[in-house]
Design a protein around this ligand. Sequence first.
Ligand code: HEC
Length: 105
Amino acid sequence: MNWEIKATMLTSALLIAAPAAYGDAAATYAAKCASCHGKDGKGQTTMGKKMKVLDYTTAEGQKWADADGVKVILEGKGKMKGYKDKGIDEAAAKDLVKYIRAFKK
Ligand code: HEC
C-alpha cells in the first residue's frame, strides 16, 4: 500500500470519528445552523446580528428549557423556520440542543 492510500484512509477515519460525541449534530449545526447562530454559538453572523439571536456561550443565552429548544428546532419560532420537514427528527433535535449547551463553558 502506498503512502497516498494510507493518508486517505487515515483522513477518512478522522472525519468519521470527529462528530461522534454528538452523533451528526456537529455536522448538521455547521451546515444548517451556523449561518445564523455562528460556528462558535455566539450568533455574531450577519444574519444572527440582524435577528438578534442569543449568545449561546453565556448563561443568559441558555435560559430556555431543553424541550422548548427541541420545539423551536422542529417547528420554528419567529424568524427561524422549523426543520422537521428538512431531515431533522426529534432525536436529532435533542442532539442539537445538547450540542448547543456545550457552547457554554
Ligand atoms: C435564519 C437564521 C436561523 C437559522 C438558520 C437557525 N436559527 Fe435558530 N433561531 C433563530 C432565531 C431568530 C431564533 C429566535 C426565535 C425567537 O425567539 O423568535 C432562534 C432560536 C433558536 C432556538 C431557541 C433558543 C433561542 O435561541 O431562542 C434554538 C434551540 C435554535 N434556534 C437552534 C437552531 C438550530 C439547531 C438550527 C439549525 C438546525 C437553527 N437554530 C437555525 C435563527 C436561526
